[in-house]
Design a protein around this ligand. Structure first.
Ligand SMILES: [Zn+2]
Length: 229
């Protein structure tokens, strides 16, 4: 099954955000789905392309995938429509999560974490969704320095599958602190493992699917372990 909730959320700039899901939302809480997210940063179209490729694949493999799922092609349509990192309020959505380490401090305007934790409607909607369906794993798709950034327990199979298929190394962080990021909030505060894929910039949808598609298919080909929480 593949369902669509086209009015799931509205961005700060008034764009509707569609949620795609394998089961009715009320059923997903007991299934503990995988949560896949593209377009957190509006100037990283490679991640939106990868989410779109994955959605097309999921729609044609609904009978065989081993995990339920929830997917957002583009969390930041405001930024995506203007090729800018931040949303309509100039907030870096990957610094706006209500993690314990959220901080108003930022080095540059492009990392503005917002006036308060979870001040932005896109993040409020995502925080609500996570509370609603309690995903067993979150994967969000970016582009910058090629890597598979993983915040979660040792020996989790998912980052390895993505690293093997892409050839990109697994790393525990991107090399500097990211307070208020999805990885910090999801793993440290919620106990949900979080993978952030960083694709090379300016690759095509076909190229990024060639690199990450086999790893994603492998993740959907086996039941992903439940987190402890
Ligand atoms: Zn990014």
């Amino acid at each position: 099954m593949s369902l669509e909730s086209p009015q799931w959320a509205t961005s700060a700039g008034g764009h509707k955000i569609t949620l795609y899901h394998s089961h009715p939302l009320v059923e997903l809480a007991s299934l503990r789905p995988l949560l896949l997210i593209g377009g957190v940063h509006g100037d990283e179209p490679e991640g939106v392309a990868l989410a779109q490729q994955l959605l097309a694949w999921l729609k044609s493999h609904t009978a065989t995938v081993k995990n339920s799922w929830v997917l957002i092609e583009c969390l930041n349509p405001d930024g995506f429509s203007r090729n800018q990192r931040t949303n309509h309020h100039g907030v870096d959505l990957n610094r706006n999560f209500p993690s314990r380490d959220w901080s108003p401090q930022h080095r540059e305007a492009r990392y503005f974490p917002g006036p308060a934790p979870a001040s932005e409607p896109e993040i409020q909607a995502l925080v609500h969704l996570v509370a609603q369906v309690r995903p067993r794993l979150i994967v969000h798709f970016h582009s910058w320095k090629p890597s598979v950034v993983f915040a979660g327990p040792p020996n989790h199979p998912a980052p390895r599958f993505l690293s093997e298929s892409s050839g990109y190394p697994v790393q525990p962080d991107i090399g500097y602190p990211t307070p208020g990021s999805l990885g910090q909030w999801g793993w440290l505060d919620q106990g949900i493992p979080v993978i952030c894929t960083e694709e090379e910039e300016r690759v095509s949808a076909t190229e990024t699917w060639t690199r990450f598609g086999p790893g994603l298919q492998k993740i959907f080909g086996q039941e992903i372990p439940l987190p402890l929480k």
